[in-house]
Design a protein around this ligand. Structure first.
Ligand code: ADP
Ligand code: MG
Ligand code: MG
Length: 248
């Protein structure tokens, strides 16, 4: 589904990604871990098409299609979802209305009719129950005065509503208490299917107790320096990142 080949990306004259190769198949969960400043957020931003970064070599393919010429919105419409480490506030737009617009824009971009209002309400009800989100929350202004946990929960709600082909969760676990973490993980696990793939970016192993990855990659200094199964996450938890730094 997602194929990242020899990806190099820069910001200004600073090269941040220095030749990344990752293959993600449908149905898989990949975790990307690594010390701060390794390039994890840059990698997710480049996959999503953030135009602040320049791809200087290599490419990102989604279902065989080179994404290079696609704007972030076009990638989103093709099913690429990136959670935001620092979500924006949109005063006056409720969580529900934001979701309705996002869903209908995606459908329109894919040549589908708008979702009928009754179906929309049903889906919103189902997904919000799944994520233990209460009614009051749905009518609040997007991200305005949201606690860290509420922001994260809202991101996962968006993800559950949009049912993306490829979901990238960038440090969705930071700032979550254990209950919120469990709810977020539940949402992610329910989204998981044979048709989509999930990339979980995290600094800590904790989230991976709840969202069990098929593969773990360690990103350090712009390169994947180690890949393995879920046991690699435990090894990192135990030993920290210093040995990775020493080896590279
Ligand atoms: P991580 O998510 O692994 O902590 P980032 O991708 O955020 O790492 O950052 C990787 C490196 O790129 C860091 O050295 C960071 O300072 C640098 N970097 C990221 N974004 C920018 C930017 N907009 N301008 C300048 N440097 C940046
Ligand atoms: Mg960071
Ligand atoms: Mg980051």
């Amino acid at each position: 589904m997602l194929s990242i080949k020899n990806l190099h990306a820069s910001i200004g004259d600073k090269e941040i990604l220095k030749g990344i190769n990752i293959e993600v198949k449908a149905g898989e969960v990949h975790a990307i871990m690594g010390p701060n400043g390794s390039g994890k957020s840059t990698l997710s931003a480049v996959i999503a098409g953030n135009e602040n970064y320049e791809v200087t070599d290599g490419a990102v393919f989604l279902d065989g299609e080179d994404l290079a010429d696609l704007a972030p919105e076009e990638r989103a419409h093709k099913g690429v979802f990136l959670s935001f480490q620092y979500p924006v506030e949109i005063p006056g737009v409720s969580v529900t209305n934001f979701m309705k617009t996002a869903i209908n824009e995606t459908r329109k971009a894919n040549g589908q009719a708008e979702m009928p209002a009754n179906e929309m309400l049903k889906v919103i009800r189902e997904k919000s129950e799944l994520l233990e989100i209460d009614r009051k929350f749905l009518s609040r202004s997007l991200n305005e005065g949201f606690s860290g946990g509420e922001k994260k929960r809202n991101e996962i709600f968006q993800m559950a509503m949009l049912e993306p082909k490829l979901a990238i969760l960038d440090e969705t676990d930071s700032g979550l208490d254990i209950d919120a973490l469990r709810i977020v993980a539940n949402g992610v696990n329910k989204l998981k299917s044979e048709k989509n793939a999930i990339i979980v970016i995290t600094h800590y192993q904790r989230l991976l107790d709840y969202i069990v990855p098929d593969f773990v990659h360690v990103l350090y200094n712009g390169r994947i320096v180690k890949s393995g199964g879920k046991e690699l996450a435990y090894e990192l938890e135990e030993k920290g990142y210093d040995w990775i730094k020493a080896e590279n």
